[in-house]
Design a protein. Structure first.
Length: 141
């Protein structure tokens, strides 16, 4: 697990800063028992352990997807906007960028030099996550 600073803009010229926790897929994959269930939907990680008994589609389908990327099956069902809204309650972080499959809306845009490059030579990837917000992945420098 890694927590990094994420810088985003709401498009109105006002920046916002939130800490995002990143999880490697191998870490998510370990949470695959009825005692603890995590799954990934569209690059985001959800801890749905306490939702198992409440899921209108039953717990079986969730257990089948436990520890894995459930984006496709989530979409195949045609979940309502209420269901999408419910997801927020179980959000715990994002899939680590190194584990993201390149796809539109979630793609790595490039590698930028660290703005402090007079003092250091760090570089960091710039990707589009969170509905188009630009995320700068910084290493301490
Ligand atoms: C945390 C993630 C999920 C949430 C919050 C969620 C929420 C819901 C909700 C609220 C419904 C009621 C119908 C609706 O409003 O769309 C529903 C139905 C259903 N869900 Fe999920 N769901 C999740 C994940 C999944 C996954 C991964 C599957 C995998 C196949 C799944 C399969 C189903 C099925 C089969 C139904 C029943 C559809 C029906 O009877 O018409 N759900 N879910």
């Amino acid at each position: 697990m890694a927590t990094v600073e994420a810088s985003g803009s709401d498009g109105k010229g006002q920046g916002s800063e939130t800490a995002v926790t990143y999880y490697r897929l191998e870490e998510v994959a370990k949470r695959n028992t009825a005692k603890e269930i995590w799954l990934v939907i569209h690059g985001r990680v959800y801890d749905i352990t306490r939702f198992l008994n409440e899921h209108p589609g039953g717990e079986e389908v969730l257990i089948e997807q436990a520890g894995a990327d459930a984006s496709e099956s989530f979409e195949d069902v045609g979940h309502s906007s209420d269901a999408r809204e419910m997801l927020k309650q179980y959000y715990i972080g994002d899939v680590h960028p190194s584990d993201l499959k390149p796809q539109s809306g979630n793609k790595l845009l490039g590698i930028l030099d660290c703005p402090h490059r007079r003092r250091c030579s760090h570089r960091f990837p710039v990707s589009l996550l969170h509905g188009g917000k630009q995320i700068l992945l910084r290493r301490p420098c």
